[in-house]
Design a protein around this ligand. Sequence first.
Ligand code: IMP
Ligand code: MG
Length: 190
Amino acid sequence: MIFRASDVLIKTVQGDLERVLFDEATILRRLDEIAAQISKDYRDRELTVIVVLNGSLVFMADLMRRIPLPLRLDCLSVASYHGKARTSGEVIFNQVAPPDVKDRHVLILDDILDSGHTLAAIREKLEMAEPRSIRICVLLSKKKQRARKIGADYIGFEIDDEFVVGYGLDYDERYRNLPYIGVLRRELIK
Ligand code: IMP
Ligand code: MG
């Protein structure tokens, strides 16, 4: 029998999930489509991808390998949570200086658009560095009224307002290594 680490992991955590929303094949098929759109929109331009850590790492790795354009990569680390599953509204930048994006075509990659606080703060911060353009790409977008008026230019999937984990997304730093995205059982959220 072939040993698959993901099978063991799935057995360990499957009881924590209410249901699976998107399996690996579905996610990767959608990334093919988004990457094709991004590659078309940015052809003949050099793209600067800014990845919001840590939740977007898996998404970024799969997406950027599907974009056959010259591109640069920079990471941003922010803390926007005081609780484990709720946004505080206050976004703290962990680096002193943001990446130098002057005159660049910037594409911000984030895992999920929820209240909008995080992406609104990142966008404002990067705009101060005078990029040529800024667009936002998120894997997931929650259908809800947002605290900040912000949308994304590229969206993987729209989902209901539920707490999801896997494929980079965490609850209390767990579940990031799940290869799929699922809804966490409500009673596990404190
Ligand atoms: P926002 O500032 O409320 O839009 O939240 C954005 C950040 O909160 C994301 O980058 C995630 O790290 C985290 N987040 C929001 N909703 C979820 C979720 O359902 N699961 C896991 N993390 C989430
Ligand atoms: Mg998180």
